[in-house]
Design a protein around this ligand. Structure first.
Ligand SMILES: Nc1nc2c(ncn2[C@@H]2O[C@H](COP(=O)(O)OP(=O)(O)OP(=O)(O)O)[C@@H](O)[C@H]2O)c(=O)[nH]1
Ligand SMILES: [Mg+2]
Length: 426
C-alpha cells in the first residue's frame, strides 16, 4: 500500500545563536540537529536553514529589525509557510514574527511535541503527548501550530494562530488536563499490574537509554531478535518495548528499548513521560548507548546523564556505557576509541550493525545482573512437602538425600531466593 499523500509544508529552519546564552551550543551542529528534527516530521520539507547570530535578544521580536527584513526576503524566496526556530520563542515574539513574515512559527519545544504526537501509538503514549502539549499551551497562552489538530481533531480551542487565550480557555485546558490525568492514571495502573506480574518472573530488567539516533533500537533488535522500528531519524522510537533475552550461560534478562533523549528536552515532555520512563528508574541495570562516531558525542552524553538525574536516577545506579557505531570511525579515531574503552571499566565499544563487541557486552550484562549464589545444606522434615516442591520449582536443588531426620538437600541459590524461602507460610 502507498501511504496517502499528505500535504507537504515548506519549512525554514533558524538557529538563533545568542552570545549571552550561558548554555550556548556549537551553532553548526545545533543547526544540523534542528534540520534533522524538522526532517523527523513526515510532512515537512526543509527548504532553507540558517544560523542567526544574535549579539542580544530583542524582547518583542526576538531578532533585530534589519535581520527580520533580511530573513523576510529569504523566507519569501523559498516560499516557506512555516518557520522553525531552534530555541525558545515567547508568545509575543511568535505573534509579531508570524505577522511580519506571513508564516506560521514553531519553536523547539513545539516542534518536539509535534514529532512525539506523530509517533505516539499506544494509548499511554498518546495521552502523555496530549498532556505535554496542553501543559505547553497553557504556559504560552497562545495556540501552537495546527498539526496536532489536523491529526486528531483535538486541542483546537481558540481562534487564529498566535491569538491570546482568555481565562475561559485556560479553564478549559485545566479541565482537559484533569481528565487526561485520570485516564493516564488508569493506563499506568494497568501497566503497574503488568510490572508486578513480571516481577514474579525474577529476571533482571536491563534498560537501554541514550541520545536519539544513538542506535538503541538497532542494538535491541540485534540482541533480542525483535523487529523494532529503527531508522536514521530523530525520535524513531516513542513507546517502550520489552523482550526477554537468553544469555549465553542460561541466565535470562528482560531488555527494554525506550524513547531517546535530546538536549533541551522540554520539561513538559519529561514530566508527561515519567510513567513510561519509570521502567528505566526501575531497571536493575541501565545501558547508556552512545553514538561514538557523532562529533557531539560528549555533549550528548552529558545531556543524557543530566536528564537521567532529573528523572531521579541516582548516580550510583548500576550503569554500563556502550560506545556504538565504531564501524563508522576512521582508522585512527577507531584505534583511540578501542584503546580507551578497553582501559575504562564498564565501557564497551560496539557496532550494532556489524555485531562487533556484542559478545563482550553480553558477558558484562550477565555479570552485572547475576546475583552471587552460595551453596547450603538444608534438612527438611518429612512433612515439609511444600517447601521441598518450592525448592525444586525454583531450580536451586543440586542434590537430595534421605536421612533419619528427614530430607537433606543441597541448594545453590541467591540471597533473594533464600529470603523468599524463609518467608514461605507455615
Ligand atoms: N554504522 C552504524 N549505524 C548504526 C549503528 N547502530 C545504529 N545505526 C544506525 O543509526 C540509525 C539510528 O538507529 P536507531 O536504532 O533507530 O537509533 P535509536 O537510538 O533507537 O533512535 P531513537 O529511537 O530515535 O531514539 C539507524 O539508521 C541505524 O541503522 C552502528 O553500530 N553502526
Ligand atoms: Mg529507537
Amino acid at each position: 500500500m502507498f501511504e496517502r499523500d499528505r500535504p507537504v509544508t515548506r519549512a525554514f529552519v533558524l538557529h538563533p545563536d545568542l552570545k549571552s546564552d550561558r548554555h550556548r551550543r556549537d551553532a553548526d551542529p545545533a543547526l544540523e540537529e534542528a534540520v534533522s528534527l524538522a526532517a523527523a516530521l513526515p510532512d515537512l520539507n526543509v527548504v532553507g536553514a540558517e544560523i542567526v547570530r544574535l549579539p542580544k535578544l530583542h524582547p518583542g521580536m526576538l531578532f533585530g529589525k534589519g535581520k527580520i527584513a533580511e530573513l523576510k526576503v529569504r523566507i519569501k524566496d523559498e516560499a516557506a509557510e512555516l518557520v522553525l526556530i531552534d530555541g525558545h520563542v515567547t508568545p509575543v515574539q511568535q505573534r509579531n514574527l508570524e505577522k511580519e513574515w506571513g508564516v506560521k512559527l514553531l519553536d523547539r519545544t513545539g516542534l518536539i511535541l509535534e514529532i512525539f504526537s506523530d509517533r505516539a501509538r499506544t494509548a499511554e503514549g498518546v495521552l502523555q503527548v496530549e498532556m505535554a502539549a496542553l501543559s505547553y499551551q497553557r504556559t504560552r497562552l497562545v495556540r501552537a501550530w495546527t498539526h496536532l489538530e489536523r491529526q486528531r481533531g483535538g486541542l483546537g480551542f481558540v481562534g487564529g494562530a498566535g491569538e491570546t487565550q482568555n481565562e475561559a480557555d485556560r479553564r478549559a485546558i485545566d479541565l482537559q488536563l484533569q481528565s487526561l490525568k485520570a485516564q493516564l492514571a488508569k493506563v499506568v495502573k494497568t501497566r503497574a499490574l503488568h510490572r508486578a506480574a513480571r516481577a514474579k518472573v525474577p529476571y533482571p530488567i536491563v534498560a537501554l537509554v541514550g541520545y536519539t539516533n544513538a542506535g538503541k533500537s538497532t542494538l535491541f533488535n540485534r540482541l533480542t531478535g525483535a523487529d523494532v522500528f529503527a531508522k536514521d531519524m530523530l525520535f524513531a522510537t516513542l513507546d517502550p518495548t520489552m523482550r526477554q533475552i537468553d544469555l549465553p550461560h542460561g541466565d535470562k534478562i528482560i531488555m527494554s528499548d525506550t524513547v531517546g533523549f535530546i538536549s533541551d528536552l522540554p520539561t513538559e515532555l519529561v514530566a508527561a513521560f515519567r510513567a513510561t520512563l519509570e521502567e528505566v528508574l526501575d531497571a536493575d541495570l541501565i545501558v547508556h548507548v552512545r553514538d561514538i562516531s557523532h562529533p557531539q558525542s560528549t555533549e550528548q552524553s552529558e545531556d543524557v546523564m543530566a536528564i537521567l538525574t532529573a528523572l531521579g536516577v541516582s548516580d550510583t545506579a548500576p550503569l554500563l556505557e556502550v560506545w556504538n557505531k565504531v564501524d563508522r570511525l576512521p582508522d585512527e579515531a577507531r584505534a583511540g576509541v578501542m584503546t580507551q574503552s578497553a582501559r575504562t571499566d564498564d565501557v564497551f565499544a560496539t557496532s550494532a550493525i556489524t555485531g562487533e563487541g556484542l559478545d563482550a557486552l553480553l558477558a558484562a550484562i550477565t555479570e552485572k545482573t547475576r546475583d552471587p549464589r552460595t551453596t547450603e545444606t538444608l534438612t527438611l522434615g518429612f512433612d515439609a512437602g511444600r517447601e521441598r516442591a518450592w525448592l525444586f520449582d525454583a531450580g536451586v536443588v543440586t542434590s537430595e538425600e534421605q536421612t533419619e531426620d528427614g530430607t537433606r538437600l543441597e541448594v545453590f541459590w541467591t540471597a533473594l531466593q533464600k529470603e523468599r524461602f524463609s518467608r514461605l507460610p507455615e
